[in-house]
Design a protein around this ligand. Structure first.
Ligand SMILES: O=C([O-])CC(=O)C(=O)O
Ligand SMILES: [Mg+2]
Length: 288
């Protein structure tokens, strides 16, 4: 299968002994840049999917079809393994199963399913969790939905900052018992909390946003953390660059006087233009 080697690369990160930083990417251009810079993995967050596809905040307005289509574009553009944030799986456990099928055929190397109540409930200003039992059903459905056994399924909980660290441990243990491949934890606030999770579980850990005391990769590796996210700065940088450029043009700056544009060489590399030219020579009878 075409995507198996990507999934095996993600598996080798999880079964290794180091902790890596994934590149945050959200479209064909950003994943090619992450690939060229040598990132071993790309994180495709739900927040950046919503922003890139809809221009909206992370409130689960995006549909599974839109997420999977963006994933497919990224899979086509680069060979870098992608870990995709599949939020709550776009519905109940049956929807989770469908979500896994769609993201698997779209080329994801791995995906996370979380136990957050999404979209937000009526009259609920704060994030809520679904029950542990429903969460377990979702993890089982996700595992059942996979047809390539190398696709990585991660059980995710943000319980540590929503209910308690004890609840996060209970949930992590329950998802581990379902047979997920890794635990994705958000809202871990301290080394003591991470140590408690590490001691109570045995699967590789992926850490969402974390405070400064959880930044050192060697320390994290010793706590069985294999992947540590560091936010989504690239899309923020892209937004600022587009803003500055449009603002300068609107104010009358000549295109040639603009600062901070990609050079023709960088653009050509991102477009894989040398490959296109070689292909055109062979297939369209054009000069190389
Ligand atoms: O998965 C991540 O990178 C963190 C997250 O939930 C999001 O950005 O939506
Ligand atoms: Mg998310």
């Amino acid at each position: 299968m075409a995507f198996r080697s990507r999934r095996e690369k993600l598996r080798s990160i999880l079964s290794g002994s180091a902790c890596i930083r994934p590149g945050s990417a959200y479209d064909a251009i950003s994943i090619r840049i992450a690939e060229d810079l040598g990132f071993p993995l790309c994180m495709f967050g739900g927040s950046v999917a919503s922003l890139a596809v809809l221009g909206d905040p992370d409130i689960t307005l995006i549909t599974l079809t839109e997420l999977a289509e963006q994933m497919r574009r990224m899979s086509r553009a680069a060979k870098l393994p992608v870990l995709v944030d599949a939020d709550h799986g776009y519905g109940n456990a049956l929807n989770v199963r469908r979500t896994v099928q769609e993201l698997e055929t779209a080329g994801a190397a791995g995906l996370t399913i979380e136990d957050t109540l999404l979209p937000a409930g009526f009259g609920e200003p704060k994030t809520q969790l679904i029950s542990l039992e429903e969460g377990v059903g979702k993890m089982k459905a996700a595992l059942d939905g996979r047809s390539d056994p190398s696709l990585v399924i991660m059980g995710r909980t943000g319980a540590a900052s929503i209910t308690s660290i004890e609840d996060a441990i209970r949930r992590a243990q329950a998802y581990e018992a379902c047979g997920v491949d890794a635990l994705f934890l958000t809202g871990i606030a301290s080394r003591a909390e991470l140590a408690a999770i590490t001691a109570a579980t045995r699967l590789p850990i992926v850490l969402g946003g974390a405070p400064d005391e959880l930044n050192a990769l060697d320390y994290l590796a010793g706590q069985r953390v294999r992947i540590a996210l560091q936010g989504h700065a690239p899309i923020a940088a892209a937004t600022q660059a587009v803003y500055e450029t449009l603002k300068a043009l609107r104010e009358g700056t000549a295109p040639k006087a603009l600062k901070g544009l990609a050079s023709p060489d960088l653009t050509s590399r991102i477009m894989r233009e040398a490959d296109v030219k070689a292909r055109s020579a062979g297939l369209l009878g054009l000069k190389k």
